[in-house]
Design a protein around this ligand. Structure first.
Ligand code: PMP
Length: 343
């Protein structure tokens, strides 16, 4: 159990803030006359959504074996990244630490809030160098460390995550957007030992519902209360809450889809071996590959011409392109195109 007081890490104005409370959502009514929120009495979606996302949280609590008070739901995990920074980072004063390369939105939201973004350069296999981590946290203490595993855009998982949680005197956000594609265990099981841990997950990847914009933060009740205090009251709309509840009902389809993506991943991995312009395929635990190619600029532009959209990571990661695992048809189009490129 780590000994750290969350209270002392929170911005003072946030500690004083009163959360918006929808009277309706915090009480049970059987035959309500709803004249409290200036809605229209007409139409199918005339009512505001449940601001506490009660049904969804109860379902997620069962699924993850946690209490619903340990769950915050956001308009995508993007929103939760923003909210976590708002809770803990004093604008113009505090810093956040992120891996480099990693998911850009940590730096984006920190910069909007005028928080400094410290970058921990990864080694050539995109692992963290522990000594570099210890050095940076000692020399330039940050409030939040965003640890993305499996990491976007590199695809690999970070080893020994507990070490970073133990050795960071602030909040560690383990972003598990791609965890369902990995054989590694989720850090959710560490929540009871580490009060400074927040785990992010999302419905946008393995669950196949990016359009609904629903993500979760799992943490201690204390941290979840703070996130709920700063969130917009109706941040997740009714249609999305409903859709996610229905999605959760079909666990068989979810598992089938994940397995299909994993078998496509294995297929692509084999196919990449015969592509001349690909000089390296980095190991992946996610639903995408990072590959290094000869003449990256040209390969990328030619793919664009054919309307094959990929994500160029060069010059940040020299010579590299991130390629999402698609349907068999999309993957075949990609491979047949790459086979015809002369390097
Ligand atoms: N974290 C990581 C690592 C991601 O790659 C993404 C989306 N690309 C997100 C968070 C945001 O996901 P969401 O759709 O839940 O906002």
């Amino acid at each position: 159990m780590k000994n750290i007081s969350i209270h002392t890490l929170v911005r003072e104005n946030i500690l004083k803030l009163q959360p918006y409370i929808s009277f309706r959502d915090h009480n049970e009514f059987t035959a309500p006359v709803l004249l409290d929120a200036n809605e229209s009495p007409f139409g199918e979606f005339n009512r505001y959504p449940d601001s506490t996302q009660k049904k969804l949280k109860n379902r997620l609590a069962d699924l993850k074996n946690l209490s619903s008070s340990q769950i915050a739901v956001g308009n995508g995990s993007d929103e939760l990244i923003d909210l976590i920074i708002k809770v803990f980072c004093e604008p113009k004063k505090d810093s956040v630490l992120m891996m480099n390369p990693s998911f850009a939105m940590y730096g984006f939201y920190a910069s909007i809030n005028e928080n400094k973004v410290l970058k921990l350069d990864l080694d050539e296999n995109f692992g963290i160098i522990k000594d570099d981590f210890l050095k940076i946290v000692e020399e330039q203490p940050a409030k939040i460390f965003f640890l993305c595993s499996p990491n976007n855009p590199t695809g690999n998982s970070i080893e020994d995550i507990e070490f970073y949680i133990q050795n960071f005197d602030g909040i560690v956000v383990v972003d598990e957007a791609y965890i369902e594609f990995s054989e590694n265990r989720s850090s959710l099981e560490l929540l009871n030992q580490y009060p400074n841990l927040i785990v992010l997950q999302t419905f946008s990847k393995a669950w196949g519902t990016a359009g609904a914009r629903v993500g979760m933060a799992y943490a201690s009740e204390e941290i979840i209360k703070l996130i709920n205090t700063v969130k917009a009251p109706y941040n997740v709309n009714s249609l999305s809450q409903q859709l996610i509840l229905e999605t959760l009902d079909d666990e068989i389809k979810f598992k089938e889809n994940v397995n299909r993506i994993l078998s496509e991943r294995a297929w692509l991995q084999e196919q990449f071996k015969d592509i001349e312009c690909i000089t390296k395929v980095f190991p992946t635990d996610a639903n995408f590959f990072l590959v290094r190619v000869n003449n990256v600029e040209e390969v990328y532009d030619k793919m664009l011409e054919k309307e094959i959209l990929t994500s160029k990571r060069d010059p940040g990661i020299p010579g590299c392109i991130r390629i999402n695992i698609g349907s068999r048809q999309e993957n075949e189009m990609l491979i047949s195109f790459l086979k015809n490129i002369q390097s």
